[in-house]
Write a protein that binds this ligand. Structure first.
Ligand SMILES: Nc1nc2c(ncn2[C@@H]2O[C@H](COP(=O)(O)OP(=O)(O)OP(=O)(O)O)[C@@H](O)[C@H]2O)c(=O)[nH]1
Length: 380
């Protein structure tokens, strides 16, 4: 392909008239080599294999430059995606990106209408191709051929070659042979595209599944882990604590007199209050491994591995303080308080999720009994 920004020192290249391919037999061998490069090449190596196939075409069929171009979706530009150049021939790939149609109108029209551009001699080009002819001449390209790559009838781009400072009369066989190479490369690109599409769909599905799994564990109102997620977390953390003989601390937090909050302020304001207290819990319990969950209604749980009792009480105090100030910060319309039960234990083989929940429920009951807006700790 001609390039508008380059010129080559071609003194060393002999100006002989060459037939690029010697025989059908040698081309047969060449095609086997190219097919071997392309058929079943792994997705990750497609680009490399197309380049190697062009190199095989260039060497085997004695070209000076072989290339692949792809059109954009509306055929307004084309880009050189792969290029092989012979020794002492300059590469053009970097300059031939997003080449607009109006830079090479005759070439674009010819390719879109005929599916190929075959130039054995510059003198045979029609007057309409004058710009194209000048570019070829400037690059010392005396013969060139570009053959369309079609997929299900749609033109993707083309495979082509240049002869620099030498000329050949392309025969029908030459064009057919180039078409074979174009078909092989087109099929490889199609395979790569459908594999890329498949991988993209797979990645989207994986993400959607992750999101679904996440949603199945998420409380719709507060965004905290829901009861199902809490059950899983409790089971896992209990097992881990038992295995490693480590402490496990569980907080149960219940909003005080929430029924009357709802009755006075309405359900919507009640929802706002639940969201606001959930935000407080999330801010206080954000160590790695801690799970903050809404069990249901106005009941929340926090699973906190390795939190020692004194620390647990400090953190409960912080929760109580922050919830008390929610009205002052304007996050809720009436003051609320919470009661906190804390169960902290190094679990034995007898302890299971139910017994743990019983202990923490007992602790909340104690906090409510002590007048609410306070915490109670049970250690085992
Ligand atoms: N706004 C709102 N209210 C809820 C939601 N889920 C449960 N509730 C209400 O939460 C209230 C819980 O009240 P109770 O369990 O009777 O306890 P309480 O009034 O908080 O009293 P104590 O726990 O004894 O302090 C009930 O009135 C439920 O209708 C919710 O998603 N949004």
């Amino acid at each position: 392909m001609p390039c508008k920004q380059d010129s080559v020192d071609l003194k060393s290249i002999t100006k002989t008239q060459l037939r690029p391919s010697d025989s059908a037999e040698s081309f047969g061998l060449l095609i086997s080599e190219i097919s071997a490069q392309l058929i079943n090449c792994p997705f990750e190596k497609t680009e490399q294999h197309i380049s190697q196939a062009l190199a095989a075409l260039g060497h085997g069929d004695r070209k000076d430059r072989c290339y692949v171009f792809l059109f954009n979706d509306d055929y307004s530009t084309m880009s050189n995606t792969h290029e092989w150049v012979n020794t002492e021939i300059s590469a053009h790939i970097d300059e031939l990106q997003d080449v607009p149609r109006d830079a090479m109108p005759w070439f674009f029209d010819q390719m879109l209408q005929q599916g190929q551009v075959v130039v054995s001699s510059l003198s045979e080009l029609p007057p309409a191709a004058v710009g194209f002819q000048e570019e070829l001449a400037r690059e010392h390209i005396r013969s060139m051929m570009a053959v369309g790559m079609f997929l299900e009838g749609q033109l993707l781009g083309f495979v082509g070659c240049d002869l620099v400072n030498r000329q050949v009369h392309w025969s029908d066989i030459d064009v057919r042979q180039m078409r074979l190479v174009a078909d092989l490369i087109a099929n490889t690109i199609a395979r790569q595209r459908s594999e890329a599409k498949l991988r993209k769909t797979e990645a989207e599905l994986r993400l959607a599944n992750q999101r679904l799994a996440q949603l199945a564990r998420e409380d719709g109102l507060t965004g905290l882990v829901n009861r199902r997620g809490l059950d899983e977390a409790l089971r896992q953390e209990l097992q881990r604590a038992r295995r490693n003989a480590q402490r496990l601390t569980v907080f149960m937090i219940d909003v005080d007199h929430f029924k009357s909050f709802n009755d006075v302020s309405g359900h919507v304001a009640g929802d706002q209050a639940l969201k606001a207290v959930a935000r407080v819990f999330r801010q206080v319990f954000k160590r790695s491994g801690e799970v903050v969950a809404r069990y249901g209604g106005d009941e929340f749980f926090v699973v906190s591995p390795q939190c020692v009792p004194s620390e647990a009480q400090e953190r409960a105090k912080k929760i109580l303080e922050c919830v008390r100030t929610l009205k002052d910060t304007g996050e809720i319309e009436r003051p609320v308080t919470v009661s906190i039960g804390i169960a902290s234990l190094i679990p034995s083989t007898e302890d299971d999720v139910d017994s743990l929940l019983r202990i923490v429920d007992q602790a909340v009951y104690q906090a409510k009994h002590h007048g609410r807006d306070c915490s109670a700790l049970i250690t085992v």
